[in-house]
Each structure stands twice: as structure tokens, then as C-alpha cells.
Design a protein around this ligand. Structure first.
Ligand code: FAD
Length: 482
């Protein structure tokens, strides 16, 4: 082992091979529920150094856990407890390599922080539209590897739609330069799309060519209230038709979710009375002018009022007011849930048309088995993506709720599955959902995934135990179908 560490130190500067308590920040997940151990945490400076690390890990048969900002929510960047893995931190690969204004692309290294990429695009007079609560710390490599979503997916798509090319270090330690800035390229299998969303299990992404968009001239934001979830779904269609590509956000929040903010984060004003069961933060981005945006917004929302779809509205009159509305969703909601004692989280998607039925049947199923639990539902309605979190009964405790965690997950995920949905909309599988995945995927799909894994990583060294259990190809672990 000493030889291995010495060779790693020779490959990188010794200061970037961490083997002691310096490394602890890299070994615990975002929720602080999982802590692993590692032989070393290495911090290469460029793609060549990443390739050398991978070749050394291959030589010594050491598992590799790629890590970006470590903001992922599924424990996918946390090593297991064996202490045999090398955590490969990409954060020093953070250069913007090129901006091509005519092609509307930006080429950036994988460890660049998302907010820095947004800023670089803005300085070039363009928009890089991925937007997440963790954008101050998550990295482009992590965004790609989890196929991150966020608040503007309904207009611009998730990370898969925002990337044109990749540079990847393979499990053999070879460098694949696929940094093509092409919007059309039908030359065989789409390797890029396989790496996106693979959570570090198929290769190490070292750089990417990303799509840029025109900066909007104006944004118009409002918090709208709805008398029932069906009205919110109906208004989504109305807003899509009325705003077209200008509809850039439609963030749903239940009255329970906003009620938690009112109770636990009183310093955060809520501009509407909590007298409706559902609310949505809606944003229109306009390419012409403030005035144009306002007129379009008022026409569509005004008509929805007349039609009885919207029951109340608070329209931001200025940038600070718009930012205050966004703080409700981006900061206050998370804070309120924590102060309420935490909850059991689900990141799920169902077809938008089935959301009302999903919400009703899931709540009924939960109440029949766990009376008094409080669903805190919010999410990206335009993508059919709900964060369906379950809080403890008012006469109970968080500890008693968490004792039922697996059973609650099963009720919610079974309902998602029954409604044609997915048990992971945007956060991935990692280690947290790995063992429940076989319950909801067919054996054919799992078998194909195992075969892909073996083809890309025959020695099984890339982030083992994430997404798929380390079962032999052709023998995926399965539990009975629901
Ligand atoms: P990490 O957490 O470091 O890693 C995540 C996965 O990617 C791991 O499997 C890791 O091995 C792999 N990986 C990282 N870098 C590489 C690389 N270069 N090559 C290969 N594999 C790599 N997610 C959403 O989708 N939408 C949201 O709205 C959203 N909001 C969030 C809000 C908050 C407050 C927080 C804390 C998280 C949120 N997330 C959200 C989850 C998380 O921020 C994203 O998944 C993010 O994309 C992870 O990036 P990261 O750099 O932190 O990756």
C-alpha cells in the first residue's frame, strides 16, 4: 500500500494526496447521514493527472470514488467503510477553456462550480440556464454525472439537454476527447448520453462543452394561489400556451409547505394569505422588454382569474421583490423543514396529468398506515417532479417517524410506480436508492445496465456499489415487484 501511495504522490504533488483527518470533509455526505473511509483523497490538477491516478488505481485494484462539490443527495460521492477506495476530487480542474459566441458554447473543466460557469456565460452576454439551490458549491462534473435538473428544466431541459460534448477518462485511464460543439452528430452510439447521469460508475468526466442561450431582457415573477391541485395543473397548460418558451419556472408549493415557513421562518414574509391548498411560483422570461413581459403576464394571469383558475396572486414589482419570492422556494423552505425536525424525502416524478390522482391516493395510503403524518409536497410541476417529503405527526416525534423510514419509502415509491412514475426524478440513485431500484426496474433493463457497466468498467473499480449493487453481470439482485 505504501508503494501505491508513493506512486500517487509522484503522480501529483504530495500536498494533493490526503491520507489523514484533512480528508474528513470528503468522506461524509451532504445530509451527514453517511460517512465512509478512504485510503486517500487525491486532488489532480488536470486531465493528464486524472488519467495517471486512474491507471495507478487500476494497477493496485483500488476503487475510485469521483467527487465534485459533494452536494449530491444520494450518497453517490461517499466511499464505503472499507477504507480501500481513493476519493478523486475534481475541484482543481476548474478552468473555463473556451467560449465560442458564434457557436453559443462554453467549454469548461469538470470541477468548475456551477455559479462560476453561470457568471462566465453572463460576462460573455449569454445565459447558462442550469439553476439549483446548491449552485454555489456543486460542480459541472457532478451536474453531468447526476443529470441535474433544477428550476428551469421546463424551458431549457436538464443537464443532458445542456451538454454537447464531453472529455472523459475511461476506466483504463485513457482520455476520450469528445468535446464536440455539435448540435447534430449521428455517428453511432451516443457515448456522451451514457456518461451523463451515470454517477461516476462508467468514467470520469474531466471537461464538457455546454450550450449557451440569449440572456432574457426581463423577468416577471409571481406567487399564485390555486383552489385545488387540478387548477394548478390546468393553469400550467394555460401558462405554456400563453407564454410559450418564455415560461421558465413553475414551482409548486403546498399550503403545508408554506405553513412550515410561516411557523419556523417568520422572518421570511409570505405575500399571500395561506387560504388556498396550493401555490406556485411562476416566472416569465422575456426577450423584448420589461413592459412586454408585464403585459403578457397580466393578460394571461388576468384571464386565469376571470376563469376561476387562480384564486389570488402576488406579483413582484421589482427585482428585490422577485428575489424575495425566490427565497421562499430556494432557502426558506429547506430551513423550515429542518427546523420542523427533518422529514423523509422523496424526489419523484409522475406524468403531470396524473399528479392530482397521485397526491390523493398516496396521502390516503399513508394516512391509513401512519395516521397523522404530514406530506410536505413541492417541486417542479412543469417537469412532473415532486419533492414529496413526509413530516412527523403533530402529536409524534421525528425519531418515531424515522423508525418507519423504509416502510414510508415503500408506500410512496409503490404509488409512484403505480402512477407510471420514477422513484428518482433528478437526484439519482447513488447508494441510498440502490437496493430499492430492482423493485421498480424490469429484469431486462437491469441486465442491460449491468452489461453496460461491465463493458465500460470490466474490473468494477469506478464508484462500485453506486446505482447498481456489485452483483455479477446477469445476476442482478432483485426483490419482488410491487
Ligand atoms: P457530487 O455530490 O460531488 O457527486 C455526485 C455524483 O457525481 C457522484 O456519483 C460522484 O461520484 C459523481 N461525480 C462528480 N463529479 C464527477 C466527475 N467529474 N466525473 C464523474 N463522476 C462525477 N439536484 C438537482 O438535480 N436539482 C435541484 O434542484 C437540486 N437542488 C439542490 C439543492 C441543495 C440545497 C442541495 C444541497 C442539493 C441539490 N441538488 C439538486 C443535488 C446536487 O446539488 C446535484 O446533484 C449536483 O448536480 C451535484 O453536484 P456535485 O458537484 O456536488 O456532485
Amino acid at each position: 500500500m505504501r508503494d501505491f501511495l508513493n506512486e500517487l504522490r509522484d503522480a501529483l504533488e504530495p500536498a494533493h494526496v490526503l491520507t489523514d483527518t484533512d480528508a474528513t470533509g470528503y468522506l461524509t455526505d451532504q445530509h451527514r447521514r453517511l460517512t465512509g473511509r478512504a485510503l486517500a483523497v487525491v486532488r489532480p490538477a488536470d486531465t493528464m493527472q486524472v488519467a495517471r491516478v486512474v491507471r495507478l488505481c487500476r494497477k493496485y485494484r483500488a476503487p475510485i470514488v469521483p467527487q465534485g462539490g459533494n452536494t449530491g443527495l444520494m450518497g453517490a460521492a461517499t466511499p464505503d467503510g472499507s477504507g480501500s477506495a481513493v476519493v478523486l476530487s475534481l475541484t482543481r480542474l476548474n478552468r473555463i477553456r473556451a467560449i465560442d459566441r458564434d457557436n453559443d458554447t462554453l467549454t469548461v473543466e469538470a470541477g468548475a462550480v456551477l455559479a462560476a460557469v453561470q457568471e462566465a456565460a453572463r460576462e460573455a452576454g449569454r445565459l447558462f440556464p442550469l439553476s439549483l439551490g446548491s449552485e454555489g458549491s456543486c460542480t459541472i462534473g457532478g451536474n453531468l454525472s447526476t443529470n441535474a435538473g433544477g428550476t428551469q428544466v421546463l424551458r431549457y431541459g436538464n443537464m443532458r439537454e445542456l451538454v454537447l460534448g464531453l472529455e472523459v477518462v475511461t476506466a483504463e485511464g485513457e482520455i476520450w476527447n469528445g468535446l464536440r460543439g455539435l448540435r447534430k452528430d449521428n455517428t453511432g452510439y451516443a457515448l456522451r448520453d451514457l456518461y451523463v447521469g451515470s454517477e461516476g460508475t462508467l468514467g470520469i468526466i474531466t471537461a464538457a462543452t455546454l450550450k449557451l442561450y440569449p440572456l432574457p431582457k426581463a423577468r416577471h415573477t409571481a406567487l399564485l394561489a390555486f383552489g385545488c391541485i387540478r387548477d394548478a395543473v390546468a393553469f400550467l397548460s394555460v401558462a405554456r400556451a400563453g407564454f410559450g418558451a418564455g415560461l421558465t419556472a413553475f414551482e409548486l408549493m403546498s399550503e403545508t409547505a408554506l405553513g412550515l415557513i410561516a411557523h419556523h421562518v417568520p422572518e421570511q414574509p409570505i405575500p399571500l394569505a395561506l387560504e388556498a391548498p396550493w401555490f406556485a411560483l411562476v416566472e416569465l422570461s422575456d426577450s423584448e422588454s420589461e413592459r412586454h413581459a408585464r403585459e403578457r403576464f397580466e393578460a394571461v394571469v388576468g384571464q386565469a382569474f376571470e376563469d376561476g383558475l387562480v384564486s389570488d396572486a402576488a406579483i413582484a414589482e421589482s427585482l428585490p421583490q422577485s428575489e424575495a419570492l425566490w427565497r421562499l422556494r430556494d432557502e426558506a423552505l429547506g430551513k423550515a423543514q429542518k427546523r420542523d425536525g427533518g422529514n423523509i424525502k422523496h424526489d419523484v416524478s409522475v406524468p403531470i396529468s396524473r399528479i392530482p390522482e397521485f397526491l390523493a391516493t398516496t396521502a390516503a395510503a399513508l394516512q391509513s398506515i401512519f395516521p397523522g403524518v404530514r406530506p410536505v409536497a413541492f417541486g417542479h410541476l412543469g417537469d412532473g417532479n415532486l419533492h414529496y417529503n413526509i413530516s412527523h405527526p403533530l402529536n409524534g416525534t421525528p425519531a418515531a417517524l424515522f423508525a418507519e423510514e423504509s416502510a414510508i419509502h415503500e408506500v410512496v415509491h409503490d404509488s409512484v410506480h403505480a402512477h407510471g412514475g420514477s422513484i428518482s426524478a433528478e437526484h439519482g440513485i447513488g447508494q441510498t436508492k440502490r437496493d430499492v431500484l430492482p423493485r421498480y426496474k424490469s429484469s431486462v433493463e437491469l441486465e442491460l445496465m449491468h452489461r453496460l457497466k461491465t463493458a465500460f468498467d470490466p474490473l468494477g473499480l469506478l464508484n462500485p456499489g453506486k446505482v447498481l449493487a456489485c452483483a455479477a453481470p446477469g445476476q442482478p439482485e432483485e426483490s419482488p415487484a410491487p
